[in-house]
Design a protein around this ligand. Structure first.
Ligand SMILES: Cc1ncc(COP(=O)(O)O)c(C=O)c1O
Length: 434
């Protein structure tokens, strides 16, 4: 019998969990197994991490080899060859010009690092008064202090207002007219003008940068309206703001391109990434920065002091680097980003096939990422959490945020496995007890 008293689970109702534990003991491909042997299909790639499926031997072997060769080095005034190799590989995958890579261990660390890079950059070019950030309602940018300030979901902010800093929020991009839009909605581009209004209201010279998820993932997949990201780019350029795309979910193929920036044809100044970077095996994140941003910070530093007073004990951890390189090899060798592009119509057909189910209020999707919005229950979020538990019992693991289910299977999912997943959704989303 497991003693569940001591581990305080994150983003979990710990009391409810102990009454009805949902525990995974093993995983392979697109499947999990509980300790009792119940099999579940994984409709969310764990938490949008395991893009190439679970239990990949190539990654396990690379991790094993690296631990025995060089298990750890600090990267403060020291380095290991493998991190340079990984940084070069990443810069080859990113949009041109985003080729300076800073490493951390989580998406949250990447976001906070990116905020500090923005501040250091403006200071280095004599604009240290740019200390404010712009984000968006419904945004999720992790849970560190910076990311909590950027957050656009009230539950992620409410208890922590004492530490959050100065962030102004644009409106989210979902509108009633967009209901059941597949891909980029046709309407809503004018919502980008919120950025211009904020620049005029607060003074653009006080704003360091604007953070957006190209597709708002954690809230339940909100795809940007056509032209919206491009318009943000224009306004950011007009007012000297840095544009940061948080690609912690959309990075590494989820949209059918390596990064959503390429998919939507808009190049930001900074990209944050994590999750699928190591296929979820070892915690790792990265921030990709335009060459000129790093150069400005480096050139402004005096003497022999570090140019950027920031970094983590586990920045560029060699074992994480090995896991990342092995993951990138799988993505390349198996053509998995291309697979997403090819498979996306089949995936979205399956998702939009749920349209007429009684509990479905909206469907949204792009690439291999989709949101299933449930009709409101008695209280916000209640139906989502009941659905998640019923689906678990029926053999499907899926992430829920509030009343939205986030469907994002591994890129290796077969048509048959996809059909099994949607069958389970179909069985549960008609139930009277939901
Ligand atoms: C867009 C985005 N940014 C940041 C994060 C935080 O990442 P982590 O949980 O690894 O800190 C997430 C996690 O889901 C995310 O979706």
């Amino acid at each position: 019998m497991l003693n569940m008293e001591h581990h305080w689970l994150p983003f979990t109702n710990n009391r409810l969990f102990r009454e009805e534990p949902q525990i995974f003991a093993r995983a392979e491909g697109v499947r999990y197994w509980t300790p009792e042997g119940q099999e579940l299909l994984d409709a969310s790639s764990g938490l949008f991490c395991c893009a190439a499926g679970h239990g990949r031997r190539e990654i396990a072997d690379a991790i094993h080899k690296q631990v025995l060769e060089l298990d750890y080095t600090t990267h403060f005034q020291r380095a290991a060859p493998i991190s340079f190799e990984l940084a070069e590989r990443l810069s080859g995958l990113l949009p041109e010009g985003l080729d300076r890579i800073f490493f951390g261990s989580s998406g949250s660390e990447a976001v906070d690092s990116a905020m500090k890079i923005c501040l250091a950059y403006h200071r280095a070019r004599g604009q240290g008064q740019r200390t404010r950030f712009v984000s968006r309602s419904w945004a999720y940018h992790g849970v560190n202090v910076g990311g909590t300030s950027l957050a656009g979901m009230v539950n992620n902010r409410r208890d922590f207002s004492g530490v959050t800093s100065d962030v102004v929020h644009m409106r989210h991009t979902w509108t009633e007219e967009q209901r059941f839009s597949r891909g980029e909605p046709e309407t809503g581009v004018e919502l980008a003008e919120d950025l211009e209004d904020i620049c005029k209201t607060y003074g653009a010279e006080t704003i360091a940068g604007v953070f957006v998820e190209p597709i708002a993932g954690s809230i339940g997949t909100v795809v940007p309206p056509k032209g919206y990201l491009k318009r943000l780019r224009e306004i950011a350029d007009k007012y000297g703001l840095l544009l940061i795309f948080d690609e912690v979910i959309t990075g590494f193929g989820r949209t059918g391109s390596a990064f959503a920036s390429q998919e939507f044809g808009v190049t930001p100044d900074i990209v944050t990434m994590a999750k699928a970077l190591t296929n979820g095996t070892v915690p790792m994140s990265a921030v990709a920065v335009r060459t000129r941003i790093q150069k400005t910070i480096i050139d402004a530093a005096e003497g022999d002091r570090p140019e950027f007073f920031h970094g983590y004990t586990y920045s560029a951890h060699p074992v994480a680097c090995a896991a990342a390189l092995a993951s990138l090899n799988i993505y390349r060798d198996e053509g998995l980003f291309e697979r997403v592009k090819d498979f996306s119509p089949t995936f979205l057909d399956a998702v939009f096939g749920l349209r007429n189910l009684p509990h479905v209020a909206d469907l949204r999707g792009y690439g291999m990422l989709a949101g299933i919005q449930l009709t409101p229950g008695e209280k916000p979020g209640l139906k989502g959490s009941i659905a998640q538990r019923l689906l678990f019992k029926e053999g499907l693991h899926i992430k829920a945020t509030g009343d939205a289910l986030i469907f994002a299977p591994s890129f290796t999912t077969t048509e048959d496995e996809l059909a099994q997943m949607t069958d389970i959704l179909r069985r549960v989303l008609v139930r009277g007890d939901l």
